[in-house]
Design a protein around this ligand. Structure first.
Ligand SMILES: Nc1ncnc2c1ncn2[C@@H]1O[C@H](COP(=O)(O)OP(=O)(O)OP(=O)(O)O)[C@@H](O)[C@H]1O
Ligand SMILES: [Mg+2]
Length: 383
C-alpha cells in the first residue's frame, strides 16, 4: 500500500520530534517527507517533496499557518492541509478551515488522535486529490438543467434527484446536483444523508476562487454524482447572494458534464439567475387544475423573460389517466406541447423518500415505469 507522505510544519523543534516519533510507530503507513519551521519553508518544500498531507501549526514566524494554508489551497489544491492548534485558537481554527484546511487537530495530541485524524482525512480526500491532479487540465462543459415549477410539491426535487442518478450511471460523466431551494431544500432528506457543509459554506469568501476549495463542501453520493446541499435553516438563504452563486456556477460549469439544479417556488433574484443560466428548464406540473393554472401563468413569465420553447420543457409529473383530465386536454392548453410525462407511482416514490433511497439509485430502476420515464426524460433533455 502507498504510504501517506507527510510534511510537518511547526516552529517548535520539540513538537516536530514528538510528531515524528508518533508517526514512526506506523512507518508502513506514514512517511515523513519533510519538516519546516515556517510557512515560507512549507511552500518551498511542497514542490520538492510532494506531500499528500501537511500538518500545519498556526503560529509560525515569517509566514503563519493560516496564510500558508490559503496559498497551498490556491497553488497546490491536491495537498491536504491538517491544522494543528491549541484549544485557545478557536477563532483561528475556523479561519483556517475557511482558508482551505481540510481538518484540524487540537494540541496536545496523542498517538490515536494524530494517526486517526491523518488516516481518516486522507481517505476522505484522496479520491478528490487524485481527481484534482488528474483533471487539472481537463475542462468539461456542463449542461445545466434547472427544475422549476410555479406551484409547490409537484415533484421537482424527486425528479431532479432521480435524474441526477440516471446521468451518474453514464460512464466517466461527472454530475452535480445543486439544491437551490435555499429556504426549504430537502435533497438532503431525500437521500437521507447529512453533510456538515452546505452551499452556505461553499460561497464563503475565500472558498470561491477555485473548484478545489469548494470541493470539501460537496457530498459525494457516488463515484460520479456530487451533491451540494441547501442550508439547513431557512434564514440562511439571505446570506447567499446572486454574485456568489454566479461565481459558484462558473467554477462548476468546467468540472461537470451535467449540472442539475433543484429550485424553490419563487422568482427571487437567485432563482431568476439560475433559470437564465440554465440551458434547459424542466417546468414541472401535475395534472390537477390548480397546478395546471399556475403552470400556465409560470410559462407566461418564462415567455416574458424571453425564453423560447427549446429552453423550457413542460413535464407532467404524477400522470394518471383517471384524474378527470386527459393528456389531450392538457395538450390543448399548452400549445408548445408536453415534453415528457412521468407516471404516478405513489408507493415506489413514497417508500423511496421514507427510506432515503431514491428509486433510481439501484441498477434495476428502469424496470419501473417511473424509472424508465425518467431515463427517457434525461436522454431527451440532452439530445
Ligand atoms: N411520480 C410520482 N408519483 C407519486 N408521487 C410522487 C411523484 N412525484 C412526486 N411525488 C410525491 O410528491 C411529493 C412532493 O415531491 P417533491 O418534494 O419532489 O416536490 P417539489 O416540487 O420539490 O416540492 P417543493 O415545492 O416543496 O420543493 C413527494 O413527497 C412524493 O411523495
Ligand atoms: Mg422540492
Amino acid at each position: 500500500m502507498k504510504k501517506i507522505k507527510i510534511l510537518v510544519a511547526d516552529d517548535i523543534g520539540e513538537t516536530r520530534s514528538v510528531i515524528k516519533k508518533i508517526l514512526s510507530l506506523e512507518d508502513n503507513l506514514f512517511e515523513i517527507v519533510g519538516e519546516a519551521d515556517n510557512g515560507e519553508e512549507v511552500l518551498r518544500l511542497i514542490p520538492k517533496v510532494k506531500p499528500d498531507v501537511v500538518l500545519m501549526d498556526i503560529n509560525m514566524p515569517v509566514l503563519n499557518g493560516l496564510e500558508a494554508t490559503e496559498r497551498i489551497t490556491d497553488e497546490y489544491p491536491s495537498v491536504i492541509v491538517i491544522i494543528m492548534s491549541v484549544q485557545a485558537e478557536n477563532e483561528y481554527l475556523k479561519k483556517a478551515m475557511f482558508h482551505g484546511a481540510k481538518e484540524y487537530i487540537i494540541k496536545p495530541f496523542n498517538y490515536d488522535s494524530l494517526t486517526q485524524t491523518i488516516k481518516v482525512t486522507y481517505d476522505k480526500y484522496k479520491d478528490r486529490q487524485i481527481r484534482a491532479l488528474g483533471s487539472r487540465e481537463e475542462i468539461r462543459e456542463g449542461k445545466v438543467i434547472a427544475f422549476f415549477s410555479s406551484k409547490g410539491g409537484v415533484g421537482k426535487s424527486v425528479l431532479a434527484l432521480n435524474s441526477g442518478l440516471v446521468y451518474s450511471k453514464e460512464k466517466n460523466k461527472k454530475v452535480l446536483l445543486l439544491d437551490m431551494d435555499l429556504q426549504f431544500g430537502d435533497i438532503s432528506m431525500l437521500v437521507n444523508e447529512y453533510n456538515e457543509k452546505t452551499i452556505l459554506d461553499a460561497i464563503d469568501e475565500g472558498q470561491l476562487d477555485s473548484y478545489e476549495s469548494v470541493m470539501p463542501c460537496l457530498y459525494k453520493y457516488n463515484e460520479n454524482l456530487d451533491i451540494l446541499f441547501a442550508p439547513g435553516k431557512p434564514e440562511a438563504a439571505e446570506y447567499i447572494t446572486k454574485n456568489s452563486v454566479e461565481k459558484l456556477m462558473n467554477l462548476f460549469k468546467k468540472k461537470y458534464d451535467y449540472i442539475l439544479i433543484d429550485t424553490g417556488v419563487n422568482f427571487s433574484d437567485i432563482t431568476l439567475y439560475v433559470l437564465d443560466y440554465a440551458e434547459k428548464i424542466v417546468f414541472v406540473s401535475n395534472m390537477d387544475i390548480v397546478s395546471l393554472k399556475n403552470t400556465k401563468l409560470g410559462l407566461r413569465v418564462m415567455q416574458s423573460l424571453g425564453y423560447d420553447k427549446n429552453k423550457v420543457k413542460l413535464v407532467i409529473n404524477r400522470y394518471k389517466t383517471d384524474y378527470g383530465i386527459s393528456r389531450k386536454d392538457v395538450e390543448e392548453v399548452f400549445k408548445d406541447g408536453i415534453f415528457a410525462v412521468i407516471p404516478e407511482e405513489e408507493k415506489t416514490v413514497l417508500v423511496s423518500i421514507n427510506k432515503g433511497e431514491p428509486f433510481c439509485s439501484g441498477t434495476k430502476y428502469n424496470k419501473l415505469k417511473i424509472g424508465k420515464a425518467i431515463e427517457k426524460l434525461c436522454k431527451d433533455l440532452v439530445d
